[in-house]
Design a protein. Structure first.
Ligand SMILES: [Mg+2]
Length: 356
């Protein structure tokens, strides 16, 4: 039996700001991207619940948000601090399970199958972790508990804010059925529209729809959402802590969509990563490119290679992933290069040095 938790921090960026200034708790407050452009105050990244009462939500312009809520406190993002708090939370979670997959700065899947033999025990375990995060990091979170990652994620959405929701396997289908199709994990507004045109409005409709027709329309993604609608998700919790990695990242001098601004940075990062791998005597199998956009959304793209210790392989792969996956025209804020699947290759290297 598998038992998976999704731990998702509540209104994370503003919750971090509330640690610096507790008086914010009583006020509507939002963290913005800030803006260099005159007359613009940037875009809302996160807001607290008092702000949400006024209809303020992430993704809207800060000027528009001020129109809805004149007392809204706007705070410029302090990403360094959020990353530090994120690391604090990750450290706490790791005390409870070694099988942790961090999926974003404020969300982690935790496989507790080995720690809790029943769902009731998992619920107690989740309460303990949640309290520890509250007490040790000073931050609120919500926890979803289910038989797989999909159900844990959906349960967590239902638990927000500051809650815990357990959905047992036997209740999973009924729990999902009631939701509109657009609320199902993986289904964005565009897919929801297409489904609606096919007469599929709810997760229940999707679960009982024609699988072949979905695959005709959406390819393998169609099969995936059909399975999701039926509560099926076999994906594992992939723990990063199991595999060592070496990575470097850098904020671009300005937000830029230009290859000419990005590619030299990728090369420099590849060189630094390669130098460190060499110093530590590692060969690598996987190269990962990280792209962060000005709205702080993040994309990680990886490619597996044959075992290598060459700087040129890191550089080539990073550039290839960039060319393939970067949205042309979309401005980037930060890029990172990481290698993993590391194997000690000291002896091999000293041999090649010997013959060099
Ligand atoms: Mg969150």
């Amino acid at each position: 039996m598998r038992i998976i938790l999704l731990i998702d921090m509540d209104y994370f960026f503003v919750a971090c700001e509330e640690i610096k200034d507790p008086s914010l708790r009583e006020k509507p407050a939002a963290v913005t991207t800030g803006s260099e452009r005159e007359g613009s105050k940037g875009v809302i990244m996160t807001c607290n619940y008092p702000a949400r009462k006024f209809g303020v939500h992430s993704g809207m312009g800060a000027n528009q948000a001020l129109g809805m809520c004149g007392d809204l406190v706007l705070l410029k993002e302090d990403f360094k601090f959020y990353e530090k708090k994120s690391a604090d939370v990750a450290f706490i979670i790791k005390k409870y399970s070694s099988l942790v997959e961090q999926v974003s700065i404020d969300e982690s899947f935790v496989d507790v199958s080995d720690k809790a033999s029943t769902y009731e025990k998992a619920l107690d375990y989740a309460k303990t972790i949640k309290e520890d995060i509250r007490n040790s990091a000073g931050l609120p979170c919500s926890v979803g508990i289910g038989p797989n990652k999909l159900i844990a994620k959906m349960a967590c959405d239902a638990a927000k804010p500051n809650g815990i929701r357990l959905v047992k396997p036997e209740d999973a289908k009924a729990f999902l059925s009631a939701l509109p199709a657009g609320k199902l994990y993986g289904i964005g507004s565009k897919t929801a529209e297409k489904l609606s045109r096919m007469g599929i409005k709810t997760v229940k409709d999707l679960a009982s729809s024609n699988k072949m027709q979905l695959m005709d329309r959406f390819g393998t993604f169609g099969l995936e959402i059909y399975n999701y609608a039926n509560g099926i998700d076999d994906s594992e919790v992939v723990s990063e802590y199991e595999t060592k990695s070496i990575g470097r990242e850098r904020t671009l001098r300005r937000d830029s969509a230009e290859d000419g601004d990005v590619v030299p940075v990728l090369r420099a990062l590849s060189r630094e990563v390669s130098d460190e791998a060499r110093a530590q005597g590692y060969s690598f199998k996987v190269v990962t490119l990280k792209m962060r956009y000005p709205d702080f959304s993040e994309h990680l793209k990886s490619k597996a290679l044959k075992m290598s210790d060459k700087e040129s392989d890191i550089e080539k792969t990073a550039e290839e992933l960039f060319a393939k996956y970067h949205d042309k025209g979309a401005k980037l804020r930060k890029v990172g290069v990481r290698i993993s699947g590391l194997v000690k290759s000291k002896s091999q290297r000293s041999m090649s040095e010997f013959f060099a």
